[in-house]
Design a protein around this ligand. Sequence first.
Ligand code: FAD
Length: 411
Amino acid sequence: DGRESQNQHESGTKSKIVVVGAGPVGALAAIYAAERGFEVEVYELRNDLRDPSTTPLNFTRSINLALSERGINSLRASGRDGLLERIMADTIPMRGRMIHGKKASGSIYEEAQDYDIHGRTIFAVDRGGLNKHLLDELESMPNVKIFFNHKLVGANFADNKAWLETKSPAGETQEIEITFDLLIGADGAHSATRYHLMKYTRMDYRQEYIDTLWCEFTITPKANPTSTSKHAISPNHLHIWPGSDRMFIAIPSLDGSFTCTLFLPSGEFSCLATDPSTIPAFFNASFPGVTALIPPASLIAQFEANPHLPLISLTCSPYHFRASAVILGDAAHAMVPFYGQGMNAGLEDVRVLFDLLPPSITPTPESLDRYTALRAPDAAAIGALALANYVEMREGVVSPLYKLRKRLEET
Ligand code: FAD
């Protein structure tokens, strides 16, 4: 039927873990598995993001993320010398929020709010850069094989088999069959692994799109950088322009630019798209000071060029079937980004999973039962906090009376 058999597991060989998806979570899961001595194969839908001819992985996705202790701890616990240090060398500490607004007098203000009284920070990181470090590390491990341009299209988790679509050297689509002891699905919010897993286990699944879209903008580095500053605004803060049903944020990059995100109800996106000439006035009214950082013509151009993307929140359980498959990261619990924890929680999944798996031997159903029991409620809680934090970030940060007023309204 055109399917080629590949990577057959022979008795007596090491247990084989297949990882589907080489995003940040899949790449870290593969590192953990290889470090534990498993034979590891990684299958990634897209081309190698380190290949300069590849369309940037994040062109339509968030470029800069907030990396926090949850994720850092999981990178540290990978057991790989120097990996965390190499990743952290490419990050920028953010000590707090910088709230931007306009006083009643009309003057523009900035107000810094530290995250921690001891000065501990979160870190701005380029998601593609983080992913590259993880892939470089993976490639240096002898018991890992990475296959790019391979798409999971089918799985039989009762017989530990899966099918992937790829292109032959002649450019023809072909399907290959693989076997595994454990398949880890880290293939993102629209996970094919999850889809197939649902046929084998009584998985409860819930997804929700919130009525907010997001669009990315860039603040360019200072035109005349000084030796101490190339960023147009403080590089050590996560900048927020709050609004009752909208928000604009900016996260620093090492090159002096900021990656910004506009969050806005979908209806308002449509209004702006209908008449883009209104975009600068909209920004002046909603996010005072932004047009001084992104000139009006550039604001319009970026709004028109960059995609307007939805935000999905999903929960499911169980995450696994027997000892043959488990889903991690966005595949198991994609969440809205307002808590800055989607990737961090996914990286933490990896640490928690490998803490529960018996070292170097075939995973047991009991270890995966424990994983779902421990992790699904935690991930659902972070997802719920992320939804709740949208209200906090866009509104609560400007009004100390906000929560009190809300509570009074509710009683
Ligand atoms: P992904 O990054 O989606 O990777 C999945 C991989 O699987 C991809 O490489 C894909 O090509 C591959 N794949 C898909 N289907 C298949 C298939 N069938 N076969 C083989 N491979 C496949 N998180 C934070 O922690 N902090 C933040 O500040 C933050 N900010 C965010 C801001 C925005 C606007 C958004 C949208 C998200 C943000 N996140 C943040 C969330 C973060 O981006 C995700 O949680 C994280 O990327 C999930 O990683 P992942 O590896 O699970 O999935």
